[in-house]
Design a protein around this ligand. Structure first.
Ligand code: GLU
Length: 512
């Protein structure tokens, strides 16, 4: 596929630190939504140039996380078996494939490219070699701190080492870095698609290191070169990268490349308005799936972290397809977005109600498997059919898949503690209680096995109770569930089935 000049190309360019942060997930999602909306391409590139932060398996986990949300990558890196177009194996990651014309898409596989460009800038006088030791840099920094000056490299190597001397030092294997020569006294201005006009003074920008002494590029150099070579048209990323953008704009200028458009997304905040951090809860998107949130609810929730559908719009539940249709950077706010778990719980409950019973059953199975009460129920041959009945009852109130069965464990055990006090309605005597339980027993006994459905059970019991609803239904609920609060006794009896319901009532009748 040839890349056409007018195409819309965006990328998600994470550094593999071990997991996919919610903020990173939001960046990926917004990029993806815009790519789909504009019939463009969504590219996944791996920025792994910080070798100190290398985490085994992190790249694979990252791609896996995107896959679990059905965010489809058009170009870049993929996991083996999940890529349909022509691909080649990654040099550095055995489980990863790369597909697309602008590869490699993994920065550690592109080191030669960065070196070539960095040297080109040195030749043109827009960057320079720096041989300063870390001790010297530390000294300058400490001095600047005591003098309350901004921390900046003092340009010793630029001003004191000639190009010939620099070449000699390099030949003699003296370690060096390449620094950007940031022009003094200039203003850098750009139009951010979220924040509007943004202005920076170059006097406040340090001579950024572009190439490190280990031969690896810094984020800035690699990011700009890749965005250019991969023909990225829109850069959509977190606000924390805003202060890097003037350096990037300088690089585009020095290389004579057309700048892409920039959009910086608002910070994610804890409810106390501090920056969303690990300390105040989970920040890995995977953890939320593990906790029993549906992928649809998470996509819905994360889309709303910093975006709204526009003035007067009240819609809160969005499918991925609806988000693709409605999302636009025009409605992304500048102010930080608060991560509100209550809202997430609410959205999740709405989504649980929306999916089909079969789907809910399938998705909840792994959570059932983690429960002791389910394990013992399995030994009693509690089947898929039974669990689905429980789910029909729980669906309306369930917030997280991990909560299945928790509130209603009486569905799985008949060891229910019931004392007379617990089953007596208001001031009824024990003999009255007994009489009402017998009435319930009788009524239920008379419903044929084939007619054992919610509607019938409710109809017959209500007819029997007449005006005395509490007297009849309170003890019944108590003997069936052992709880004061539970789904209605009709629902419980329906799920338990005729035999089990009758047995539970009889057992109590025998003891009081
Ligand atoms: N590697 C950067 C990150 O980890 C990418 C920032 C950008 O999108 O430019 O988020």
């Amino acid at each position: 596929m040839l890349i056409n000049k007018n195409q819309f190309r965006v990328r998600f360019a994470p550094s593999p630190t071990g997991y996919l942060h919610i903020g990173g997930f939001r960046t990926a999602l917004y990029n993806y939504l815009l790519a789909k909306k504009n019939k463009g391409q969504f590219i996944l590139r791996i920025e792994d140039t910080d070798q100190n932060r290398f985490v085994e398996g992190a790249v694979e986990r990252l791609i896996q996380s995107l896959n679990s949300f059905a965010i489809k990558i058009d170009e870049g890196v993929f996991l083996k078996n999940s890529c349909s177009s022509k691909s080649s194996p990654s040099k550095n990651y055995p489980l990863v494939l790369e597909a697309g014309e602008s590869g490699p898409y993994i920065q550690s596989e592109r080191l030669e490219i960065y070196k070539k460009y960095a040297e080109e800038l040195v030749t043109k006088g827009q960057a320079y070699y720096c041989f300063c030791s870390s001790e010297r840099l530390k000294e300058i920094r400490e001095k600047q701190i005591t003098q309350k000056k901004p921390a900046r490299y003092d340009r010793y190597c630029l001003e004191n080492i000639s190009p010939e001397e620099a070449q000699k030092k390099i030949e003699n294997k003296i370690p060096y870095v390449i620094r950007l020569k940031v022009p003094r006294g200039e203003i850098i201005e750009f139009e951010d698609l979220v924040r509007g006009k943004v202005i920076f003074q170059t006097d406040l920008i340090d001579d950024q290191i572009l190439l490190k002494s280990d031969g690896y590029p810094t984020y800035h150099l690699a990011n700009v070169i890749d965005d250019h070579e991969m023909k990225i048209t829109q850069i959509i990323r977190g606000e924390e990268w805003l202060s890097s953008t003037p350096k990037h704009i300088l690089l585009y200028k020095f290389f004579n490349w057309k700048e892409p458009k920039f959009a910086h997304l608002p910070l994610l905040l804890n409810p106390d308005k501090s920056k969303l951090s690990k300390r105040q809860g989970d920040v890995a998107i995977e953890d939320y799936l593990k906790k029993g949130y549906l992928k649809e609810a998470l996509i819905n929730f994360v889309a709303l972290l910093g975006w709204n559908p526009g003035k007067g719009e009240t819609q809160e539940i969005f499918t991925l397809a609806e988000l693709i249709e409605k999302f636009s950077l025009n409605h992304v706010h500048k102010g930080g977005a608060v991560f509100d778990t209550k809202k997430l719980d609410w959205l999740n409950a709405q989504w649980i109600k929306q999916i089909s019973l079969d789907d809910l059953y399938k998705r909840s199975l792994k959570f059932w498997e983690q429960k002791d009460f389910y394990q013992s129920a399995k030994e009693d041959n509690k089947t898929e059919k039974y669990i689905k009945k429980v789910l029909i009852i729980e669906k309306e109130r369930l917030q997280k898949l991990s909560d299945v069965g928790e509130e209603n464990q009486f569905f799985f055990t008949d060891r229910i503690a019931t004392s007379l006090d617990a089953i007596r309605w208001k001031n009824s005597t024990s003999s009255e209680t007994k009489t009402y339980l017998k009435k319930s027993l009788n009524t239920l006994e008379n419903i044929k096995e084939n007619d054992w459905n919610l509607k019938n059970i409710e109809k017959h019991l209500l007819a029997k109770a007449g005006e005395k609803r509490g007297d009849l239904l309170f003890p019944l609920r108590a003997v069936l569930t052992g709880q004061k609060k539970s789904p209605s006794p009709f629902e419980v009896a329906w799920v338990l089935g005729k035999k089990e319901s009758l047995e539970r009532i009889e057992k109590v009748l025998d003891t009081i």
